[in-house]
Design a protein around this ligand. Structure first.
Ligand code: PLP
Length: 371
């Protein structure tokens, strides 16, 4: 048998290590997972209640149009109902976009390092992937523009960018959109939208009026705390969504995901509290980095990429042995860094204490070696 040859060049996605596995392997009672940008406060209790009520209907297919959620979300976001598409996580919308726009002979432009699923799905569709290195952790928009040609179909902007946490500001995004040819779809992935604090972060939904060739991706997996249920959405002009609709599975989001997302959406107090806690958590990490002269990018997401100046795998293993799971920068294109999800204040204190010990032990080791 022969699979598409593009698949041979792809490695399966490497998820953060599961908590249970780490407990067993290292014989630990408690393990903290700060690896996948999950919400340390879980989800709104209203979402759990909504799921309990929905359990009577598991025998029935979900509403393929997600009408109830669609109506509430349209009014929350401030768009018309037909300007929304739902996916089994925003991951699936990335897949749908690639299925719909890309094939051999086309190309797609993105930053590197960025969220790996853009590249992954584009490669499967046989498209050429043009990866433009970040400039000091930020999207290099001029170089991205220069990479666009007649065969470009999709440009990806991850803002805040995973794994750096940096964002594209309003002025830069507008200037970029002004220059992108109209035949190219610009996908702005705002998976961390609810956490953003920057004053000059663009209001992309309002930009849709001016720029028809744009699509915004958001998700219920991060701030809304519903990663297990797999539900995300895209916002775009109706004609774009109509055109890509045949590439979507008819029942791609489940009943439980739809009711939980609707209930979670109605609890904006929860989201605001999580965003506030996250901001304070980031400050805990900034203070730690500043005290130890470690380089980092200011983050608009719920994670921080810290450069330790030696192998990220080493930091990862040190933390893992002590019951803390993070992501090594080695797999993310930053070999001397780790990406840490902002946890609860206690979790943040714990990891900062362990990291402080690690730095102390290393500097003691160095002293011994030099004497
Ligand atoms: C987590 C993440 C997603 C995927 O989220 P799902 O909705 O769970 O599929 C998309 N984009 C970025 C940048 C992310 O970090």
């Amino acid at each position: 048998m022969k699979v598409k040859q593009q698949l041979n060049q792809l490695k399966p996605y490497q998820p953060g290590k599961p908590i249970e596995e780490v407990k067993r392997e290292y014989r630990l009672e408690t393990v903290i997972k700060l690896a996948s940008n999950e919400n340390p406060y879980g989800c709104s209790p209203l979402a759990q209640q909504a799921i309990m009520k929905e359990l009577d209907y598991l025998a029935l297919y979900p509403d393929g149009y997600s009408r109830a959620l669609r109506e509430a979300l349209a009014s929350h976001v401030g768009v018309n109902e037909k300007q929304l598409i739902f996916g089994n996580g925003s991951d699936e919308i990335v897949q749908i976009v690639c299925r719909a726009f890309l094939q051999k002979g086309t190309n797609t432009v993105m930053a590197t390092p960025t969220f790996p699923q853009y590249r992954h799905n584009a490669v499967i569709e046989g498209a050429e992937v043009r990866e433009i290195p970040l400039q000091d952790g930020h999207h290099h928009l001029e170089a991205m523009l220069a990479a666009i040609d007649d065969h470009t179909r999709v440009v990806w902007i991850c803002s805040p960018n995973n794994p750096t946490g940096t964002y594209v500001n309003d002025v830069s995004l507008r200037a970029f959109l002004d220059k992108v040819p109209k035949h190219v779809l610009v996908v702005v992935d705002e998976a961390y939208y609810e956490y953003v604090q920057a004053e000059d972060y663009p209001n992309t939904v309002s930009l849709l009026q001016q720029y028809e060739n744009m699509m915004i991706l958001r998700t219920f997996s991060k701030a809304y705390g519903l990663a297990a249920l797999r539900i995300g959405y895209g916002i775009a002009h109706e004609h774009i969504l109509q055109a890509i609709e045949p590439a979507r599975e008819p029942f791609n989001t489940s009943r439980l995901a739809q009711v939980a997302a609707l209930a979670a959406l109605n609890d904006q107090t929860f989201i605001e509290q999580c965003a506030q806690q996250n901001k304070q958590g980031l400050n805990q990490f900034y203070t730690f980095c500043d005290e130890h002269s470690l380089r980092y990018y200011k983050s608009e997401g719920n994670f921080i990429l810290i450069d330790f100046g030696f192998s990220g795998d080493e930091v990862f293993t040190y933390l893992l042995q002590r019951g803390i799971i993070v992501r090594s920068g080695c797999a993310l294109g930053f070999p001397t860094a780790v990406r840490i999800t902002v946890g609860s204040p206690e979790q943040n204190e714990t990891i900062i204490r362990v990291l402080t010990n690690m730095l102390k032990e290393r500097s003691e080791q160095f002293c011994e070696e030099t004497f």
